[in-house]
Design a protein around this ligand. Structure first.
Ligand code: AMP
Length: 399
């Protein structure tokens, strides 16, 4: 059973074709610059030579057709007929308040995805275009929407309501939604397995630390709180996003620098985070580590602020859950940066956490427990795999 996973951006399309039986990846690829000059498809079949196609691609429908052609190519192909694809799983960023689960896309679901355009103006329109392109190219093949927000749909009102006039929630749905839900779901489930916890009696903090970053509190497999909000701007410090700031800062800087609200939000999304705080060294933690190792004061202060903030969020979620059984690090930084994990865990001694420094140093992009046997709370590293999570959701729905 072959499942295609699509992640559509406004001018891009990432895909992976899975064999659902053994969860192996048959091929993956990327289409860039859809609708603009220089469109390019890079197709990477497992165990075969890559195929690169450069030709005008005016829209996602053409891009999907070319992806299907690449998947069936004489040399770089991995299937012989499009009918081998039994379903397509789509990453859809925002499902609003309507969905706390994945869904087979029908007209009603499309309406909801459209209603959420305002919440995710860069992503949801592209996600819907991806669904419609697949409907056109593969009539009758089910499309499954796996929402980034869905896993957080179990949060109670006390976690998702903002203390602003209630009318904005009632009129516009202004509330915390959270993102990276597919990753938080996948990683929290894996953690329960790896740490040997009882799913129905478990308290897990998931630290998804990548370029975008968020933390969630998961009780008995269900999310009860998460750090991103109405948009992915809230929460911990990220690559280029500020995370939490006093909203008064926005008015203050806007006044001094003569910026409007759009300019301010762009600054908070694109020029802030570790990039902005370090004075522009980099948004990439590898560069920051190199600068820190060279004694760069701004890099040191940035990493200290970053790890301090993560530790504070973990502490607040331990309070929210009245305890914790496991803390897990995932995504680019979380999976690959032992020094970041050490710096965060140094704040958590009060929980009886004892890091196994040797295991921590070794854990790079693999499933590992990085605490000693007598640590009161288990700390793990688990590689996230959002595409595989989408395949599992898709298979579960079409069965
Ligand atoms: P993600 O958004 O999950 O792809 O994470 C991207 C970030 O992870 C990059 O900006 C890097 O800062 C960090 N990263 C990725 N690989 C490594 C690595 N091997 N060592 C340290 N940091 C890494």
């Amino acid at each position: 059973m072959k499942i295609l996973v699509l992640n559509c951006g406004s001018s891009s399309l990432k895909y992976q074709l899975f064999n659902a039986e053994d969860e192996s990846v048959l091929a993956k690829g990327l289409v860039e610059r859809i609708g603009i000059e220089g469109s390019k498809l890079t197709h990477k079949p497992t165990g075969k030579d890559n195929l690169v196609i450069e030709q005008p691609m005016k829209d996602h429908e053409i891009a999907v057709k070319l992806v299907l052609d690449a998947l069936m190519d004489d040399n770089a192909g991995v299937i012989s007929d499009v009918s081998e694809i039994v379903a397509v799983g789509h990453r859809v960023v925002h499902g609003g308040q309507h969905y706390s689960d994945s869904i087979i896309v029908d007209e009603e679901a499309k309406k909801v995805i459209k209603e959420c355009f305002d919440f995710a103006p860069l992503h949801n329109p592209a996600n819907l275009i991806g669904v419609e392109a697949c409907e056109a190219a593969m009539p009758g093949v089910p499309n499954v929407a796996v929402f980034d927000t869905a896993f957080h749909g179990t949060m109670p009102a006390k976690a998702y309501m903002y203390a602003v006039p209630r009318e904005y929630y009632e009129k516009y749905g202004v509330r915390r939604y959270g993102f990276h839900g597919t990753s938080h779901s996948f990683v929290s489930k894996k953690t329960i397995e790896v740490a040997g916890l009882d799913k129905d009696n478990s308290k897990v903090v998931v630290c998804h630390l990548g370029n975008g970053a968020s933390i969630s509190a998961v009780v008995n497999g269900k999310c009860i709180d998460t750090s991103m909000g109405l948009t992915p701007l809230e929460g911990i410090i990220m690559g280029t996003r500020s995370g939490d700031v006093d909203p008064g800062v926005i008015e203050f800087i806007a006044g001094k620098e003569n910026k409007d609200i759009r300019g301010m939000i762009a600054m908070l999304n694109k020029e802030s985070g570790v990039y902005g705080l370090s004075g522009g060294i980099s948004s990439d933690f590898r560069d920051l580590k190199a600068a820190m190792d060279n004694g760069d004061e701004k890099a040191i202060e940035t990493i200290e602020a970053y790890t301090y903030k993560v530790a504070k969020y973990i502490g607040s979620y331990v309070a929210a859950m009245n305890g914790v059984d496991a803390i897990v690090f995932t995504a680019g930084v979380g999976e690959n940066s032992p020094y970041i994990r050490t710096m965060i865990c140094e704040y958590l001694g009060y929980l009886g956490i004892k890091l196994d420094e040797e295991a921590n140093a070794k854990a790079m992009g693999e499933e590992m427990i990085i605490t000693t046997a007598d640590s009161k709370v288990k700390v793990c590293t688990i590689p996230t795999n959002e595409e595989l999570a989408i395949v599992r959701e898709t298979v579960a729905l079409i069965k």
